[in-house]
Design a protein around this ligand. Structure first.
Ligand SMILES: [Zn+2]
Length: 184
């Protein structure tokens, strides 16, 4: 005969839901059936373990900590966007400075470098080294000119300083974000 219904009875017995008559029948069967007896032992052991194991109750304050962490997680993307916006601002400020600097360089290079460069370029006998020398000379003159101009141009200083400040602020925010455990 099938022992399946005895297993069902065992579950009911563990839940104290097995009628007395069937409980007696089960006990009698367990005395003569090693398989069901072993199953009964195992079920009882598992039941005891489950009863003894404390329900994994969250520690006090768990919900609060969890919610706080969740809020932090949610606020981090906004912080990232803020950092990105700040970075774009720094790049924008640098972009303001760069054209001014490049334009200045270009003008000065044309003024200072053209004669030497043109001479070198148009001299068919001249080697690449001469072109290089002319270019270096032009660069030197240009750099000196830019330096002198920057010293007397408040706008160039203001732009450079604002770009540096925005960049520093950006780096600061990024560092604070990474300190909070955000890897960028
Ligand atoms: Zn059996």
């Amino acid at each position: 005969m099938s022992h399946k219904h005895y297993l069902d009875w065992m579950q009911l017995a563990l839940d104290d839901a097995l009628p007395a008559a069937q409980r007696q029948e089960l006990t009698a069967h367990l005395g003569e059936c090693p398989a069901c007896s072993a199953a009964w032992d195992g079920l009882q052991r598992a039941d005891r373990l489950l009863a003894q194991a404390p329900l994994a109750a969250p520690r006090p304050g768990f919900t609060g900590r969890f919610n706080a962490r969740l809020r932090q997680r949610r606020s981090q993307p906004q912080a990232v966007w803020g950092a990105l916006a700040l970075g774009l601002g720094a790049v924008g400020a640098a972009a303001l400075v760069l054209p001014a600097g490049v334009g200045l360089l270009w003008t000065l290079a044309q003024l200072a470098g053209q004669p030497a460069t043109a001479t070198a370029l148009f001299n068919s006998a001249s080697a690449a080294s001469q072109v290089m020398l002319a270019l270096l000379n032009a660069l030197y003159v240009t750099a000196r000119g830019v330096g002198e101009l920057a010293l007397v141009s408040p706008l160039a200083w203001a732009l450079t300083l604002s770009a540096l400040g925005a960049t520093a602020l950006w780096v600061y925010v990024l560092r604070r974000l990474s300190l909070q455990g955000l890897r960028l």
